[in-house]
Design a protein around this ligand. Structure first.
Ligand code: BGC
Length: 822
């Protein structure tokens, strides 16, 4: 992998002369968001406005609605399951391509916090329980984004590993764990991929809130690691002008009102903050602008002519999905399915039709289309194969944004009722900032917004309609007035309520399947707050009729019994895996466990597809033929699923995190602060490092995953620090194997894990072919953080160097002697 280059040599002088031309008020204004996503332009120095956007599975842009769709890649857990930094790099490149298309300069991704507890709400949005795997995937992603001319932002610095009380939680992290588990991926990515931005986290670490944490943001990040990019706050995280400025924060987001800007200028004038502190922060922002080509006189780091060739986004999304699917079980070679031997397939599950392609919260983007498992299989199966579909278990637990069956546009009107702009929507939800209304219309002229047109139900029965957002609304379905009233903000509501708040139900209308009705939701007070800024944010929601649970189960069991193969797709819902809260259990919602058990009881060839971003309990896992974990697979997930089920592609993934059988077995699960404090008392023992010390085995260990061929590991040799592992493809088809290299100290030391990941590599081979993998052992593999001397130190001794297929499946081993010099 090429490393993104050092800043160009003329940048320092351009930055210094630009800085010299700015007065205090302008400098502090540059350090403060002008709105939700951007910094102000400063024409006096030829600086253009710098636009940021989430990340990490797509580039949402400066809006938050379906009128500006985004390529939607598989979830970060899926990307990590590829164990392939080059794939992560391609993901970064295609996202940068999207960023250019949308006028975005800085992507607020990747999220490189750790899988500490499986309950972490943003588990799906982070990579792994191992710092090396996290660093390699994150490093690939950052390289891809930046070599394409867009800034990557590694977040959230640091120890933002759960969501409960995330704005205030005080994480108590022992020094060794902080270095070896939580800072390590940041350190590694900064050294290898040189990201241009870091986002500081909401939480406190060891009693200091991260956006003001001088020891970590200045001492470690800048002085020890040499980070030269910008430190941006998480949204609304910076709460104290002086502490944040002194603590090393460069940019406070979002605007227009932050603790920087005029408040920072006043603090300088009052002698509370030295102007040199402001100058340093401005230098960081100007250097970033130079790298991006936003500052007069500075050529960008990656000019258009030097960027990677254009990538076919949907094709890459599909490729990543197939590479990420982890087959954890495949009894009697039940997969792949051979259509020539199968007359009928029963596809079952809510998510088989309404696919869950991404997790919730700020990671949300709006795909232009979604290929569901039903779409994918329908397109891929030969015409003579009978494909039946049954819901089986309805997991929808509330109102969902209006999408399937709706044809909607937003009409923006002025006071006289004239239509100023019309915007087609694929999802009945709008979120526009005051300066970014459709058609560029003037915010002051806007008087009402109407979401209007038609809805064609797919089921008959009572349809419940609802509204999200604040203000005065009128909702009509055909001639019926469903609601005419006002939504007010609750006193203790989250500041992002207008943006993320759940819809309120407003009455039910009996509709007939296939009979189109007109719908209209009018907001006559559309202007309000989107978090701290002005804008328009509301939406139409629907709950389709519910069929009796028993009937759904019976229909599915009947379909399964009649088919040669049953494929059951089980999934979590967006009220489980999202931002701002943690999970409370690892169970599949609704009656999905019962559904799988009942289907497996009538069909001996039951394949289960687990469509979740993070681990769930699979109590029926020994009773089904095959299990495929597909994560949140992105917009093309259903197409990739069909390819893998039918054997056109191998399931390429390996687990980036341990899957427990039962939450109660997980060695670390606590995410709820006690009196505001969350203690990381387990130290470095998270994930497989902790599982190895207990008696209970997980359902599936770290690194586990089966392909469609077999491998023999024939030997391992060491040439200085390079391990060479010989393998043979002993199966019947071409395949790809991910070889994992673990280190174990010969002399057991209770303060260290039994074994830990030191590297990995992939090989591909035809049946019968021999191949060799090369893996270089990094120095860090033999070091620990010495808390007495505050430094990394080598632990001399003999080590086993073990290669295998998972942390529990080591196939070949050799030894290495490490002396005190490393
Ligand atoms: C999230 C960040 C995100 C930001 C902007 C925050 O609430 O924690 O990850 O980048 O919002 O959407």
């Amino acid at each position: 992998m090429t490393v993104t280059h050092q800043p160009r040599s003329d940048y320092p002088s351009i930055v210094e002369s630009s800085l010299a031309a700015l007065d205090l008020d302008v400098k502090t204004r540059l350090l403060s968001g002008q709105d939700l996503w951007s910094l102000p332009a400063l024409p006096q120095i030829g600086l253009r406005s710098l636009v940021m956007s989430d990340g990490p599975v797509g580039v949402r842009g400066d809006g938050w609605s379906s009128d500006d769709p985004s390529l939607t890649l598989p979830s970060p857990t899926a990307l990590a399951a590829t164990w392939d930094p080059e794939t992560a790099r391609r993901a970064g490149q295609v996202l940068a391509q999207e960023a250019h298309r949308k006028g975005v300069h800085m992507l607020l991704a990747p999220t490189i916090n750790m899988h500490r507890s499986p309950l972490g709400g943003r588990h799906f949005e982070t990579y792994s329980e191992d710092p090396l795997l996290t660093a390699r995937i994150g490093g690939g992603y950052v390289t891809g984004v930046q070599e394409s001319g867009v800034a990557a932002t590694i977040k959230h610095f640091v120890a933002n590993d759960a969501e409960s009380l995330r704005f205030t939680v005080n994480n108590q992290v022992p020094a060794r764990a902080l270095r070896e588990m939580y800072l390590a991926p940041f350190e590694d990515i900064i050294a290898t991929a040189r990201p241009w931005a870091v986002m500081s986290a909401y939480n406190s670490v060891n009693n200091t809130t991260m956006s003001a944490h001088r020891d970590l943001q200045v001492g470690v990040l800048r002085e020890q690691w040499g980070f030269d990019g910008v430190v941006v706050s998480d949204w609304l995280a910076a709460r104290d002008t002086v502490a944040a400025a002194e603590g090393g924060l460069d940019i406070a987001m979002p605007g227009p009102t932050t603790v920087f800007g005029p408040a920072l200028a006043a603090a300088v004038r009052a002698g509370l903050v030295a102007e040199s502190v402001v100058d340093n922060a401005v230098r960081h922002v100007l250097l970033l602008a130079a790298r991006l080509g936003l500052l007069r006189g500075a050529a960008p780091m990656a000019p258009e002519s030097e960027r990677p060739a254009l990538i076919d986004g949907p094709a890459l999304a599909r490729d990543i999905a197939a590479r990420s699917f982890v087959m954890v079980r495949n009894e009697n070679a039940s997969l792949p399915l051979r259509p020539s031997t199968i007359g009928s397939v029963a596809l079952i599950g809510c998510a088989a039709r309404d696919a869950r392609v991404l997790g919730g919260g700020s990671a949300t983007v709006f795909p232009a289309h979604i290929v569901s498992p039903l779409d994918g299989l329908r397109a891929a199966l030969p015409a003579e194969t009978i494909l039946t579909y049954a819901v089986g278990a309805d997991t929808r637990d509330g109102l969902e944004s209006a999408t399937t069956g709706f044809a909607l546009s937003a009409l923006l009107r002025d006071e006289a009722g004239r239509v100023l702009a019309e915007q087609p929507l694929t999802v009945g939800r709008v979120r526009w900032m005051d300066n970014a209304l459709p058609g560029g219309i003037d915010y002051d002229k806007l008087s009402s917004v109407e979401l209007v047109d038609t809805f064609t139900p797919r089921e008959s029965g009572p349809h419940q309609f609802g509204i999200s957002g604040l203000g005065a609304f009128q909702l009509r379905v055909d001639d019926r007035a469903v609601f005419d009233g006002v939504h007010e903000l609750a006193e203790d509501a989250d500041p992002f309520e207008a943006l993320m708040g759940k819809p309120t139900p407003h009455g039910s209308v009996a509709l007939e399947a296939g009979r189109t009705v007109t719908v209209s939701l009018r907001n006559t007070t559309p202007k309000g707050g989107i978090g701290p800024i002005q804008g328009v944010s509301f939406g139409l929601a629907l709950r389709e009729p519910r069929t009796d649970d028993e009937q759904l189960l019976t229909e599915a069991v009947t379909a399964a019994a009649a088919a040669d193969v049953a494929v059951v797709v089980v999934a979590t819902t967006d009220t489980q895996e999202s931002e701002g809260f943690d999970r409370t259990d690892l169970r599949l919602p609704g009656r999905q466990d019962e559904l799988v058990a009942r289907v497996a009881a009538v069909n001996p060839r039951t394949i289960v597809v687990v469509n979740t971003g993070s681990p769930v309990e699979l109590p029926w896992r020994d009773d089904v033929s095959a299990i495929l974990l597909t994560w949140f697979p992105g917009q093309e997930g259903g197409a990739a699923l069909a390819e893998v089920l039918l054997g056109q592609r191998e399931p390429g993934g390996r687990l980036p995190t341990t899957w427990p059988s039962d939450l109660a077995d997980a060695p670390v699960s606590e995410v709820t602060p006690d009196d505001g404090v969350l203690r990381y008392d387990e130290g470095i023992f998270i994930g497989y490092r902790a599982w190895q010390r207990g008696q209970v085995r997980p359902a599936y260990p770290f690194g586990h995953g089966l392909g469609y061929t077999d491998w023999s590991y024939d030997g391992i040799g060491l040439d200085a620090r390079t391990a060479r592992i010989r393998l043979r493809n002993t199966g019947g088809r071409r395949g790809r194997e991910i070889i994992q290299l673990y280190i174990a100290a010969e002399e057991f030391d209770a303060a260290r894990p039994h074994r830990w990941l030191a590297g990995f590599a992939a090989v591909e081979a035809e049946p019968g072919a021999d191949v060799e993998a090369e893996i270089v052992l990094p120095d860090r593999a033999f070091q620990i953080w010495d808390t007495k001397c505050d430094t990394w130190t080598v632990v001399p001794g003999n080590y086993h160097v073990q290669a295998g297929r998972s942390v529990e499946d080591v196939r070949v081993s050799t030894t290495i002697r490490i002396d005190a010099a490393g």
